[in-house]
Design a protein. Structure first.
Length: 84
């Protein structure tokens, strides 16, 4: 069985390969940072829109029938109940 012949790179080719690898790595990191930034900003915008929609729904409900009990706010503590 004979040994496979490998291509020998000279110093200039090795340096060029390293530069190319570094450029690819930096491009990949930039793409990852871009995707992360867009995702976080879209999540923040969607969260704000949800809060605004909930506030509008509560206002509509209160205008529709003021006799209804006040809805429980998600941040408010639950009312205490008295036990007999």
């Amino acid at each position: 069985m004979s040994k496979p012949e490998f291509l020998k790179l000279n110093d200039e080719q090795v340096r060029a390969r390293k530069r190319r690898n570094v450029a690819i790595a930096l491009g990949l990191l930039a793409f990852i940072a871009l995707v992360y930034t867009v995702t976080v900003s879209r999540m923040h915008a969607n969260n704000q829109a949800r809060h605004e929609a909930e506030a509008a729904a509560l206002a509509t409900l209160e205008r529709a029938d003021p006799a209804l009990p006040a809805p429980v706010q998600p941040d408010a503590p639950a009312p205490a109940t008295q036990e007999p």
